[in-house]
Design a protein around this ligand. Structure first.
Ligand code: ADP
Ligand code: MG
Length: 301
């Protein structure tokens, strides 16, 4: 008797639930649209699917946990039966799109702020307008002919004027238009490369950087370089990029002349090697145009 009661009760609940489902405006519209393809028996056999649809739709709308977050249900006819398909919501599509864009920017030991960097928010005071214009020129000519050679920029100026920010903005602009960029904080990369000697991973690590379609070496000259880093890391990267005519950017606190005489020329041990410095600078000059950035220190904002 008790079992019969439970069953009856269950049945009551089920009937109530299904009455709601069959009266749901979306369900009714679907059933009407497909009247010709659906027999009463088919509709009966598909009741679980109809219930799933209404339930998933309402949970999604109410912001409750759903089995496929970000995906909205729709009713379809599949092999003469009713079925539920799930497609990404507009919000989910936007999320996937911006993830794809973000993945085109390979940031190696760079500050997180570059993720949000963009041309629109770049403060356009007079002194920095030239840098912004040069950056816009580059993205325009590169995006219209990515296979051709385009000179990158060598941005220099004092700490905090927004050199790294502008590099990030260029990379994000390229990413939004489908192009990949690798940004490397050069002093940290140099340390990483030295550590890679022990486990024989120098060539492999160097390869991904030197072959990047667009490469940005940030903060070059910020730390004194060993002769090994200068010749086997920086030198190798520059040589490859010059031979392959690949767009390359730099940022530095030093002008090109300063970088040559005050930085590249003197090794950590204090040896003077002007010829090596000159060769490296020739490659940098071939790859990038020098642009001074002046202005207030934005880090104090
Ligand atoms: P630099 O590389 O020249 O030392 P950064 O690019 O690191 O300078 O900029 C310093 C700080 O100022 C960062 O925190 C950055 O987010 C901010 N910043 C720089 N330029 C801008 C800008 N145009 N608009 C908004 N914030 C900026
Ligand atoms: Mg910087």
């Amino acid at each position: 008797m008790q079992r019969w009661m439970d069953k009856k009760h269950l049945n009551d609940n089920y009937q109530k639930l299904m009455a709601q489902v069959y009266n749901d405006p979306d369900v009714r519209e679907f059933l009407e649209q497909h009247q010709a393809d659906l027999s009463e028996e088919t509709i009966d056999r598909s009741s679980a699917k109809l219930y799933e649809y209404v339930n998933a739709r309402d949970r999604l709308a109410a912001g409750k946990t759903v089995f496929a977050p970000g995906y909205q249900p729709a009713l379809i006819i599949n092999d003469h039966l009713i079925d539920v398909t799930y497609s990404p919501t507009a919000e989910q599509q936007e999320k996937m799109r911006s993830q794809t864009v973000r993945q085109r920017v390979n940031a190696v030991m760079m500050p997180k702020m570059i993720r949000e960097a963009n041309f629109d928010n770049f403060a356009r005071d007079d002194q920095r307008l030239a840098a912004l214009a040069a950056a816009a020129d580059f993205t325009e000519s590169y995006e219209s002919n990515p296979k051709g050679f385009h000179k990158g920029l060598y941005l220099y100026g004092s700490f905090g004027v927004g050199k790294t920010y502008l590099l990030g903005a260029i990379a994000n602009h390229l990413a939004a238009n489908g192009f990949k960029t690798t940004l490397v904080h050069f002093p940290s990369f140099a340390v990483d490369m030295k550590n890679a000697i022990g486990d024989n991973r120098v060539a492999e690590k160097l390869d991904t950087v030197k072959k990047a379609p667009v490469l940005m070496l940030d903060d070059i000259g910020a730390d004194s370089m060993s002769a090994w880093v200068r010749d086997e890391v920086l030198g190798v990267i520059l040589e490859y990029r010059m031979q392959s005519e690949l767009p390359t950017f730099f940022s530095s606190n030093f002008s090109m002349n300063q970088l040559e005489t005050e930085h590249l020329q003197i090794t950590q041990r204090g040896d003077e090697e002007p010829l090596k410095a000159k060769r490296l600078m020739q490659r940098i000059r071939f790859l990038a145009s020098e642009i001074a950035m002046v202005g207030k220190n934005r880090r104090l904002d």
